[in-house]
Write a protein that binds this ligand. Structure first.
Ligand SMILES: [Zn+2]
Length: 1043
């Protein structure tokens, strides 16, 4: 035996690499010796006819025929079932026998009607092609298994690559189906070699441990004879000696938790995910028996719910393993949703539906929020997380930032209201770790807060149907609990990790505000119709709950509060972090569109049915309902033409300006207007008008009491003046409402990314080619513009609308969009000067810079906003609002709203076709708070509902509203989940302290503050109508009210 590592380090490292290679020298290396005695003939194979995704019991009724290895199956997304009749040869007696199956696709092994292990075919490192039949064969025993083969890979069926659009005609060859003897002793030796190699190769070249590992590995190869078993044990002993050399007390600790990140839809549809979950869960349940100390965490109530419904036997096993502590539930949400786009109430419901499911099914709420893979994290999340009973948060996506490096691994994340959650980014920068020495060490070397908290979490296991951790990963982790130079490793759960981290929590720094993700900025815009469906359904579900709660509380005859669980679950599902952002294949958006359509039609049916109970089809008067927390004043078309009004619309309907109180009603008859709130809620008596001057040949001049707008016949705005202040909004000589097409070619992630250089290359879209005045006042003016040559293959039609009663201009837009790699923005160069702009987010707003001073400012060249963005000086400002868009950029006084993109992967047809959207300009005095921008955001998005009623109809008393504060918004009213009273949610919308009190016309017995899970907050204080309730900046509170 040699006594020193030769001075040819790199050569020796490669010697070790070849000894564990599964490509080179497998006839003489250790890897090639793990499996022996291959027996294809021991498996009699039959295959079914081609079928769809069907249950096991239906698969038994398919037609089967004999089949051999080598046959190919397709096309993409088809399914085939196999019957495997196995007889273990007597030569394998006493041996550990595995079934090896490689269909180059995903597959699931069933035994006696129960899924028992998932398989991932192919040649990648993430393949899983082995299934242990027996530890100790008795020889000649028989097994009957079935394999459900899906004609898709782990990453779907992309044409020639990962994120390419689907290839519908892919086929998958069954390249392996055989028995083999597994040599566990050889495998142990192999595993040690891989670990020593990892240390030798990846530790710094001059480090003692690297050289020691290389020395040991080289010695082991010298000693090892793959054909002489007696040489193996001494080699294992050498390795064990190395790995038993212990660390000092100060060594970093890593807690390793097994996981399978399952994208609920992405490069495959929802239907395939149901099977991916079953494959992954079955595999992990099996491994839990092999490794009793092993813990596996799984998030997303939706996955459990599907498994319960489709694989009840597997679900029972999960329940047992949850009880025994090995299968660990985490996350607390229905799905791992997008972290930017869902509304505040959607965030709440993600947790409410998730936590409620986990509590009902497994007896406890989750204690960590788990969202490793979404594209940025709203600054309102910490408060929502706390409101839903969770204090800890795990993510890591910001490690993908392509401009700045995030400075923390363990820190307090403080939201816009000041709420804090304890946050950890696993420093190995992955939620799919291979659990090798390299990534365990990276957990230490890349931990940016290790001096304050000397612990890290390692999240390991193949994701996306890859089935989670492999045997190889588990073997490695259990071999290095405390090895000198490597962090101490224990297996555990996220809860165990946070218990450790909590000890040092007082030393940690805080990060305040959003966790802005410096990548994937195109996801605020891609798949625009999915985003529109989400916004519309969020408002509709809100409206159904509002009207239902009011009718329920007023005991309206024949009214029954609807069960909206199915509709909410569909909405929440489609907020998944690859669906709502627009980064999935086309099939997924077909599903999403159908889901949104169903929610929409169900909601409209509920709304019509509920309001119908209040009136009659032959009524002479019109009842209006306002489902928002703001008084709404709107010009609308009446459902009947018998009431005299100042204007008839271009479609022949009577137009009226009506005013409806928050969560209240207004009744309109030919002679009078009454309202459910007596104060300040009747139709404004001020004579407001809007008029248009068409005398100028090149532009229209539209004016009302508040603003004066010059709009050129090419559709652009040359002037917008606040009349009272005589302030010009548009930069003189420049034009607002200009459409700009940007070159939109990212570096790789097509549907995901709009890159910074795209801002440098753009051209104006084609101007309006015709225009006409549709309505000319006095309540509403509409001018319609048509851009026949808008872009290469696209056309646009737009109605510019001004009303008598507001300084807001609406731009109702229809576009036929057929472009490639272009991003469309509408832009307004303003005269406003402010170093920050404000953006609407969930239950509040955030400020972001309007300049590019630092690299952190530069990174925010495109940002997410919900209903509005606002640019204000101290006394005056402009808001750019929208009804279904999310991408904004406001820099150097220019306000831009991102309207459409045209990425070609992973959906080749993304965003092609028809789009409808409205954006609005709102000119206001004062800043956004004084200018009522928050209320305008709701006005642009909300629906007002009307119902014909008889002349003697008495409007319902008000159930609940808030008073005494300009900034307290009553966002949600709904029935309590336990049907014991109603839940109302109020938030502070301006960013300051305030007090409000509740108002009701009904007799309210009890008001109690609760958390988002609708549980009492202790200590309880008695709240009555007129009790002052305090709110701190952007604070969110929920209350249970009982009549
Ligand atoms: Zn994901």
């Amino acid at each position: 035996m040699t006594t020193a590592v030769p001075p040819t380090r790199n050569i020796v490292v490669e010697r070790v690499e070849k000894f564990i290679s599964d490509t080179y020298f497998t006839d003489v290396n250790i890897k090639g010796r793990i499996y022996t005695h291959f027996e294809p003939s021991a498996v009699q194979l039959q295959v079914s006819e081609r079928c769809d995704r069907i249950p096991y019991r239906d698969a038994l009724n398919l037609k089967y025929e004999a089949c051999t290895v080598g046959r190919s199956f397709g096309p993409s997304w088809a399914t085939y079932w196999f019957k495997l009749d196995i007889e273990v040869p007597s030569t394998m007696k006493g041996k550990e026998v595995h079934l090896l199956w490689n269909s180059n696709s995903e597959a699931l092994i069933w035994r006696d009607g129960v899924p028992i292990q998932g398989l991932t075919g192919g040649t990648w490192v993430d393949k899983r092609i082995e299934f242990k039949l027996t530890n100790n064969s008795s020889g000649n025993e028989k097994y009957h298994l079935m394999v459900e083969m899906a004609c898709n890979g782990m990453f779907g069926v992309g044409k020639d690559g990962l994120i390419n659009p689907c290839d519908p005609d892919k086929t998958f060859a069954l390249s392996k189906c055989e028995l083999a003897v597994f040599d566990n002793e050889c495998y142990q030796l192999y595993t040690y070699f891989t670990m020593l190699y990892d240390i030798a190769k990846n530790f710094p070249e001059g480090s003692l441990r690297s050289n020691q590992a290389l020395y040991v590995a080289n010695n082991m190869i010298n000693y090892c004879d793959i054909n002489a078993r007696e040489t193996w044990a001494p080699c294992i002993k050498m390795a064990k000696e190395f790995f038993s050399q212990k660390n000092g007390d100060s060594q970093h600790s890593v807690l390793a938790t097994g996981h399978c990140h399952i994208d609920v839809a992405w490069l495959w549809p929802y239907a395939e995910t149901k099977r991916k979950a079953a494959r992954s869960f079955a595999t992990q349940i099996l491994y839990m028996d092999y490794y009793p100390d092993y813990q596996f965490v799984q998030s997303q109530a939706q996955l459990y719910s599907w498994t319960k419904q489709l694989y009840p036997e597997l679900y029972d096993k999960i329940k047992q393993k949850v009880k025994s502590g090995q299968f660990v539930t985490t996350g607390g949400t229905w799905v791992e949703m997008d972290g930017n786009l869902p509304s505040g109430e959607s965030f709440i419901r993600q947790f409410l539906f998730g936590q409620r499911f986990f509590k009902q099914e497994f007896g406890a709420y989750c204690t960590e929020f788990w969202l490793p893979d979404t594209f940025g994290y709203s600054g309102q999340l910490p408060q929502v997380i706390r409101h839903m009973g969770i204090a800890n948060f795990i993510t890591q996506k910001l490690s993908w930032n392509n401009i700045n490096k995030f400075p923390h691994s363990s820190f307090h994340w403080e939201g816009i209201d000041g709420s804090r959650v304890l946050c950890h980014f696993p420093p190995a920068n992955t939620y799919n770790s291979a659990a090798d020495v390299k990534e365990v060490v990276l957990s230490m070397t890349n931990n940016k807060d290790a001096q304050r908290a000397n612990n890290s979490l390692l999240v390991y296991g193949h994701g996306d149907g890859g089935g989670g951790p492999t045997i190889e990963m588990l073997e490695r982790l259990t071999k290095m609990p405390n090895t000198d130079g490597i962090p101490k490793v224990t297996l555990g759960s996220p809860r165990d990790f946070f218990e450790r981290l909590q000890v040092d929590a007082h030393k940690l720094n805080a990060w305040v505000g959003e966790l802005y993700f410096e990548l994937h900025r195109g996801t605020y815009t891609s798949q625009a119709n999915c985003k529109r469906g989400n916004r519309k359904c969020e408002f509709l579900l809100h409206d159904v709950e509002a009207v239902s709660t009011i009718l329920d509380a007023n005991r309206v005859e024949s009214f029954k509060y609807p069960n909206l669980n199915e509709q909410w679950e569909l909405l929440l599902l489609n907020q998944f972090h690859d669906v709502l952002p627009g980064s999935s294949i086309g099939l997924v958006y077909k599903d999403a569109a159908e889901h949104h359509k169903k929610i929409e039609s169900d909601c409209i049916q509920h709304l019509n049915g509920s309001l119908g109970l209040l009136g009659s089809a032959t009524g002479t008067d019109v009842l209006f309902f306002n489902p928002t927390g703001f008084t709404v004043e709107k010009v609308i078309e009446l459902p009947i033409n018998t009431i005299p009004t100042p204007q008839i619309s271009s479609s022949g309907k009577s137009l009226a300006l009506i005013k409806v109180p928050a969560y209240g009603f207004t009744k309109m008859s030919a002679t009078a207007m009454t309202s459910s709130l007596s104060s300040s809620a009747v139709l404004s008596t001020v004579q407001l008008t809007v008029k248009i001057d068409e005398s100028n040949s090149d532009h229209y001049q539209i004016s009302n009491s508040f603003i004066s707008l010059s709009i050129k016949k090419d559709g652009t705005i040359s002037s917008l003046v606040d009349r009272a202040l005589n302030r010009q909004v548009i930069v003189p000589g420049q034009f607002g409402n200009r459409f700009v097409l940007y070159d939109d070619i990212p570096l790789f992630w097509d549907a995901w990314d709009v890159e910074i250089y795209s801002q440098e290359k753009s051209k104006l879209a084609g101007p309006a080619t015709s225009s006409r005045v549709l309505e000319s006042g006095p309540l509403r003016v509409i001018v319609e513009f048509e851009h026949a040559n808008f872009a290469h293959q696209s056309t646009l039609k737009q109605r510019v609308i001004m009303y008598a009663n507001t300084s807001r201009v609406d731009f109702e837009t229809n576009i036929e969009w057929h472009e490639a790699h272009k991003m469309l923005k509408v832009e307004f160069p303003t005269t406003l000067r402010a170093t920050t702009a404000s953006y609407d987010i969930q239950f509040g707003h955030v400020q972001r810079p309007t300049h590019f001073n630092t690299s952190w400012d530069v990174a925010k060249f495109e940002v997410c906003g919900h209903k509005w963005a606002d640019l204000s000086e101290y006394d005056f400002g402009l808001a750019l609002l929208n009804d279904c868009k999310y991408g904004y950029s406001v820099h150097s006084g220019v306000m831009k709203l991102s309207l459409l993109r045209a990425p070609k992967a992973p959906d080749a047809d993304a965003d092609m076709g028809s789009h409808q959207f409205t954006y609005s300009l709102y000119v206001h005095k004062g800043n956004l708070q004084q200018g009522d921008v928050v209320a305008q955001g709701y006005q642009v998005n909300c629906n007002l509902y009307s119902q014909l009623v008889d002349a003697d109809y008495q409007i319902l008393p008000t159930l609940i509203s808030v008073a005494g504060s300009n900034s307290a918004v009553l966002e949600t009213i709904k029935r309590a989940e336990d049907n014991n009273g109603y839940i109302v949610r109020v938030y502070e919308s301006f960013g300051g302290h305030t007090n409000f009190h509740f108002v009701s016309d009904l007799s309210i017995k009890n008001i109690q503050e609760v958390n988002g899970l609708e549980e009492p907050i202790t200590p309880t204080t008695q709240i009555k109508l007129n009790t002052k309730v305090g709110l701190t900046p952007f604070q969110l509170k929920s209350f249970r009210i009982q009549l």
